[in-house]
Design a protein. Sequence first.
Length: 91
Amino acid sequence: MSPLLRRTKRKPGERLVTLVGKPGCHLCDDAREVISEVCGELGVPWEEKDITQDEALNRAYWEQIPVVLVDGEQHTFWRVDAGRLRKELGG
């Protein structure tokens, strides 16, 4: 996705946040809490993907988990800043 398309104003329901992580990851647990709170406030859907169940995600992100994708583009990794995520989502 081009940066121009990413900056186009979208309705919250048209956005998608993806948390890429794995079971037993305390940073993933922290990220899940922040994502759940911010997405809940803004009405943005979100999902989780487990790198132990997806070889392509494992190869791409195993050193960076948790990784947060917004509309399929990497937003951040390791620590999720609620304010930065909120701003990215237009809130």
